[in-house]
Design a protein around this ligand. Structure first.
Ligand code: THU
Length: 159
């Protein structure tokens, strides 16, 4: 029977990361402070590392008309691609602060962001690793955005 599996890496905490990923994760953690999340109070920060060394951050931006809200991942990627369209994306880090105060377990990108990052990966012509962590504790490194979206739909399907 066909099956699907992927490898990922776990770290006990941020101190086990090497530069520049350590730096990138700190940027994502700090970005949570700028989140506009008056409805969910779930503050997300994302940081995109580009080949030229630039780090571009994004946050979730909610809206009174709830579905209009934007996730931090798409916010960061839209900004990075707008400002540096020619730069390859090296990695993206995602962090959050939960209103529950439970802030030591990584959260994974929502389905819409997985689709969005998957196409960024196609455009990038190289894998985009995802670095996931709350404010403290465990860090998970997913080596390719596509790992989180098996059998994905993409531009090729449109012919
Ligand atoms: N959110 C993100 O920013 N990224 C995700 O991958 C999951 C959810 C935001 C959307 C909304 O503002 C809040 O978190 C609660 O769902």
């Amino acid at each position: 029977m066909p099956s699907y599996h992927f490898d990922y890496t776990e770290y006990k905490n941020e101190n086990e990361l090497e530069y520049p990923f350590s730096h990138l994760l700190v940027a994502a953690k700090n970005a949570t402070e700028s989140a506009y999340a008056p409805y969910s109070h779930f503050k997300v920060g994302a940081a995109v590392l580009l080949q030229n060394g630039e780090i571009v951050v994004g946050v979730n931006i909610e809206n009174a008309s709830y579905p209009v809200g934007l996730c931090a991942e798409r916010s960061a990627l839209a900004s990075a691609i707008s400002q540096f369209p020619e730069q390859k994306i090296v990695a993206i880090a995602i962090s959050y602060v939960a209103p529950s105060g439970d802030n030591n377990k990584p959260a994974f990108p929502c389905g819409m962001c997985r689709q969005f990052i998957s196409e960024c990966e196609d455009r990038n012509e190289q894998k985009i690793p995802l670095l996931l962590a709350a404010q403290e504790g465990q860090v998970i490194l997913i080596h390719s955005a596509k790992d989180l979206l098996p059998f994905s739909f993409g531009g090729n399907d449109l012919g």
